[in-house]
Design a protein around this ligand. Sequence first.
Ligand SMILES: [Zn+2]
Length: 324
Amino acid sequence: MPWFFAPAGPHDGYENFGVVPSDANSVGSVKIIEGALLTVGLKGGAGLAISMSVATIALNVPRLEKPGPGGSRLLKLSATKAGTCQLIAKTADGATAATLDIVVVAAQKSVNSPKLTLSPLGKLSMADANKWIKDVEASVKLVSENPVGKIVLKYVPDVVVIPDFVDTTCNASSLVVQRPTTSEGTSSVGRTVQFSPSLCNGTGAGDRPDEGLVHELIHQVEDNCSEYKNVPDPANRPTPGFEFDGSDFMTITITNLYSSSYQRPLRKDHASYARLPQSYASNEAKYFTDFRGNFVSLNRRLSAFYRDLIFVEVPWDPFQEIRP
Ligand SMILES: [Zn+2]
């Protein structure tokens, strides 16, 4: 008698794997998070065919020719959309031999901010997806408790946070995509932040995981604006001075306000995680004056956001130089 089984897994807030009775044809249901991977076993009965009743889950490994230990075969499933579906094993004559109901739970809203949806997507194992969600929630919590983080969350539009599959060192990215206009004439903006907290260790200035997250959320507040200018730094780096790559003056500067509130070192520029020279770390007026053009740029585009940053109470705040 064939049957499906799904391995037991961690249960840290999300139900990953159902416990499947080993002596039944019909084996109940398992729950997984949208976008995650699930490995399901099918035991017994050579020549069984597998089908899915609803295409909310994609079969990553449709071929079943190679039996594993004990005659079982493993199916790798990728949950592509929230919903329910049924995995059915059929015998050669088309009769149903075993069924497994699968519930795909929608990507989760962050418990620490309704603006952020956490989606581990389909490239992480279930255990890794759960660890990622836990780590991201820890960063969102720190952002939500910080006076500057609160302002960033106030102005950030709804964003989907996904793991960073590209980088192996501390990096993250912010994507803002204008979706095509539909036949009904509606258009929308897709916003995604790629972020893997485990890649950041906090040894440099501005590279603690929560600092990386608030940095990317500032990009989202700014719609990935890219009009900032580099600034000469004759004392520390004559050429090319402070590097902002067009897009990364306010991400660095506002994250520095954030970091100062957590007694973390301040970051110099976008070239590395080096510290801001003491001549600026201890003199916000000089910072504001030397980088004035970039402050004016933000104020022109996002004056309400800018005004909130003037009045926030944190140890390092060059915005307050124009407090009335
Ligand atoms: Zn950036």
